[in-house]
Design a protein around this ligand. Sequence first.
Ligand SMILES: C[S@@+](CC[C@H](N)C(=O)[O-])C[C@H]1O[C@@H](n2cnc3c(N)ncnc32)[C@H](O)[C@@H]1O
Length: 238
Amino acid sequence: METQQSKTKGEELAEAIMARCFHPSLIGPEAWEGYVFSDMEIRIKESTDLYGAVLWPSAMVLCHFLETNRDQHNLTDKNVIELGAGTGLVSIVSSLLGAKVTSTDLPDLLGNLQYNVTRNTKGRCKYIPLVTELTWGQGVEQRFPRATHRFDYILAADVVYAHPYLEELMDTFDHLCQENTQILWAMRFRLDRENSFVERFRRRFHLEELYDLPSLSIKLYRAWRRDKMTEDRGGAAA
Ligand SMILES: C[S@@+](CC[C@H](N)C(=O)[O-])C[C@H]1O[C@@H](n2cnc3c(N)ncnc32)[C@H](O)[C@@H]1O
């Protein structure tokens, strides 16, 4: 009888994703965590006094997917918006992969987010990423009118947890997601409330599970609008 169970595919993938992180070998005047994506070293400054200014594993999961699925999801010249960008890793990797990125979060987070984005994309990317406020459900049509703001991708990592703005978040996805938009959303499961969000999300959007990583309690989803046009065509355009 085998004493040690062999690792599942999900465990191996989770380990490969977490191995993208490294720590500085010398302690310098500024604390940072290192990540390697798209053959580039990315340095992220966190701020422990702000919830969103910490980097969460979901962000690494989404970055790994983007980097390793460039054939199906080629971000070059694509319009991409990230919701709840936090420290900015997903926005940075998307920019390095050639996207025109709008990186968004709450006003208090924007200073650290802008710092990380500039530090890691300056002189390395085709398009300079835009860092700007997007508070879910607040003035979204004024800031991002549907007629002029069409996104190919909406990216989100670990934006669903015990906060009071889940309906506003749902409405924001709904507003930004147009006929040909694809949502790539890394979801960390912590409580039942999160399961119910996924169920409600499923009523508005088609949902495809791309990764299931039980050792991290994370799933990665692709989603697109549930409406007549996309139903007829059998899904969003890749
Ligand atoms: C758990 S953190 C995830 C951060 C980053 N995506 C990551 O995975 O490292 C959740 C993010 O959602 C943002 N957030 C929370 N409530 C928000 C709201 N009402 N409007 C916009 N962003 C919000 C937080 O500021 C934070 O950056």
